[in-house]
Each structure stands twice: as C-alpha cells, then as structure tokens.
Design a protein around this ligand. Structure first.
Ligand code: SF4
Length: 94
C-alpha cells in the first residue's frame, strides 16, 4: 500500500513545476522581444536600453523571488523565463 507523506507532496509539486517548459529563445514572441536567457547575451546595438543588472528576476512582470532560477512571465504564457534572462519589455521592479 502506498502512502503519501508531506515529503512526497513536495516532490509532486516540484515535478509539476519542472514540467513547465523553459521559454525557447527561438520562440516567435521571444525573437520579437529580443529575449535572451542570459541577459549578458542581449544584442546591445539592437537594444541600447538594456543595462547591466537588468534581468527578469528584478522585472515587474516576474512573479517569482529574485533568487528563483526561473519563473513565469505573463508575456510568454505557459513558459518559464530564466531569472537571469531579459527581454525588451523589461520594467524595473518597484
Ligand atoms: Fe523577463 Fe520582464 Fe521580459 Fe518577462 S517582461 S521576459 S520578466 S524582462
């Protein structure tokens, strides 16, 4: 007989988060907004407004904590953006 414990609930929750796919930089919306999973790779000529230190983890649209490796972004429904990512819709978290 299988018993679910508090530990297994955490594991199940972790698995469901892991099933949310990462946003692909080649996704049409990602290309349109210049998304890069590593903000250091942003095209500085195309996006001169990008500044060092700007990343998804400190963007208003990022619902996760600044220490989260990835989180959802309303601009890319059903996908996880990297905490270290960036796109041209960036808005500094207040
Ligand atoms: Fe990251 Fe903000 Fe762009 Fe979403 S809107 S991908 S959180 S920089």
């Amino acid at each position: 007989m299988m018993q679910l414990t508090a530990g297994s609930s955490v594991l199940l929750a972790g698995q469901s988060m892991a099933q949310i796919p990462k946003l692909d930089e080649n996704d049409a919306q990602a290309i349109a907004l210049g998304y890069k999973a590593n903000n250091a790779m942003v095209d500085a000529k195309k996006y001169p407004a990008h500044a060092t230190g700007q990343a998804c983890k400190n963007c208003q649209l990022y619902p996760g904590k600044s220490t989260d490796a990835a989180g959802s972004c309303p601009l890319y429904a059903g996908k996880m953006v990297a905490g270290s990512g960036w796109c041209s819709a960036y808005a500094k978290k207040a």
